[in-house]
Design a protein around this ligand. Structure first.
Ligand SMILES: NC(=O)c1ccc[n+]([C@@H]2O[C@H](COP(=O)([O-])OP(=O)(O)OC[C@H]3O[C@@H](n4cnc5c(N)ncnc54)[C@H](O)[C@@H]3O)[C@@H](O)[C@H]2O)c1
Length: 430
């Protein structure tokens, strides 16, 4: 039977990750019955970009109850700004609906715990869309650990690099405020913490971090002058701004967000009311960090050391998972500087090196996959809209407890940076 889906937040992610596939590939399984947002321009944009949605009813945020009454959705897809996720999740669960929520489930530990309590009383359920789990190398690592290839996991090393282009895009947009995104240790790193938690079946207990704002904000070394409130579009100092000139030419003032929004970029005023995603990277209001290092202790005794940097010359990660009986290693590179280090991939495809503790090395090459997030996006959509693959031998579609674990590490990172000290999660962690 077809399920009826309403989308809360007609974001870029909503339009291309959920709405378009519902109207096309998944139309035998999904009826897209309503869209809701605080900004009516988002409805126009969706209808223009995906013309088959032209008759889908639209609702403003304060018409949530009306939307449920009139359209009777079976499920909500929550894809708005992170700080608004909790409201729609809680209301959806109170109405016993299925709720599919983009990462991060919410922006702090307190709200994540509240969501868990509401879900326990609901006949509905929450799915957290941790799409990175579905990338070919990531599922292979999960399977190798489950097969006991490295014994008991003792220690994970993970360093994540978000390049100067992708990294800067977070500082152009709403994501740069802790109150909107929870900070990058939640908004972005919850992906990475979830991966580690999932691979090692880890329940985090203690977290410590150091962090800084090194590249963005008023003290950033590439700030052309100490002015506040500039926008990339039409910026008089654009020619002096390395973050802009690096990616553009002298004729057109192109913003980093132009690329991020790709073919959608027209005039910002046709896309958002009262907001443009081209805010100056060097504004004073930025209250999150672009560089941090983290230690986590898990209940099993395993340790994670993790770092994230949002201003590197190339994009990717280096990972090693050590166990009592061996070690797994992989690297993944790309982004604007990816070609500089493409030799790492021996012609472009990712591989995993497996080192049994006393016996040399085995190299496993990953097949090329297509689609966003290393091929993870199209795969997770199948589980969401068609149902989980009954032949898969392990859980992959994340639940609210996974959202809680990932968010509480990210929140503890922020709190440890700001307040110092080790953050103890053991009293509430499930
Ligand atoms: N899983 C992934 O890999 C991945 C990738 C990109 C984005 N995302 C997530 O998708 C979500 C959207 O991100 P984006 O960059 O596409 O956003 P965006 O900036 O394109 O859009 C945000 C939308 O939220 C709407 N909004 C704000 N407050 C609202 C409220 N109270 N009620 C309803 N709508 C509201 C805005 O009007 C706007 O339409 C975020 O949660 C983000 O973390 C996930």
């Amino acid at each position: 039977m077809k399920k009826r889906y309403a989308v809360c937040g007609v974001s870029m992610r909503a339009i291309f990750m959920y709405i378009q596939p519902m109207m096309e590939n998944f139309s035998p399984y999904a009826d897209f019955v309503a869209m809701l947002d605080i900004d009516p321009l988002r409805f126009d944009l969706c209808k223009e970009r995906i013309p088959s949605t032209k008759d889908v009813p639209t609702y403003m945020a304060d018409e949530f109850e009306k939307m449920l009454e009139e359209q009777k959705p079976d499920a909500l897809i929550v894809v708005c700004m992170d700080s608004a996720h909790k409201h729609y999740i809680v209301e959806g669960l109170k109405h016993d609906l299925e709720v599919i929520c983009e990462k991060p489930m919410t922006t702090n530990t307190k709200d994540a715990l509240e969501i868990r309590e509401v879900e326990k009383k609901s006949k509905g359920k929450l799915i957290c869309t941790f799409n990175y789990r579905y990338t070919a190398a990531h599922t292979k690592l999960k399977e190798m650990i489950l097969d006991g290839k490295i014994g008991r996991v003792t220690h994970v090393d993970l360093n994540w690099y978000i390049d100067i282009h992708h990294g800067a895009s977070y500082f152009n947009r709403w994501n740069r405020m802790r109150e909107n995104s929870g900070s990058l240790s939640i908004h972005k790193s919850s992906h990475h913490f979830d991966l580690v938690n999932w691979w090692i079946n880890g329940i985090p207990q203690e977290v410590h971090a150091f962090g800084a704002l090194n590249h963005y904000g008023p003290e950033g070394p590439f700030n052309p002058s100490k002015k506040d409130g500039r926008h990339c579009t039409g910026c008089p100092e654009f020619r002096k701004c390395a973050y802009q000139t690096r990616f553009t030419n002298r004729v057109k003032n192109r913003t980093i967000s132009d690329d991020f929004f790709g073919p959608l970029k027209q005039d910002w005023e046709k896309i958002f009311t009262d907001y443009t995603p081209d805010k100056c990277l060097f504004d004073k209001e930025i209250n999150i960090f672009d560089t941090y290092v983290v230690n986590v202790r898990y209940k099993s005794g395993a340790f994670l050391n993790y770092s994230a940097n949002f201003s590197t010359p190339y994009e990717g990660y280096r990972l090693a998972i050590n166990g009592t009986h061996g070690r797994l290693e992989t690297t993944e590179f790309g982004g604007i500087g990816g070609s500089i280090i493409s030799d790492f991939h021996e012609g472009g495809s990712q591989y995993i090196d497996y080192y049994p503790i006393f016996e040399g090395r085995e190299r496993i090459h990953m097949p090329r996959t297509y689609g966003g997030h290393g091929g993870g996006d199209p795969k997770i959509l199948e589980d969401i809209f068609i149902g989980e693959d009954p032949d898969r031998k392990y859980d992959i579609l994340a639940k609210s407890v996974d959202g809680l674990r990932a968010i509480s590490i990210g929140d503890a990172v922020y709190n440890s940076i700001v307040n110092g000290g080790v953050q103890d999660l053991s009293s509430f962690m499930e």
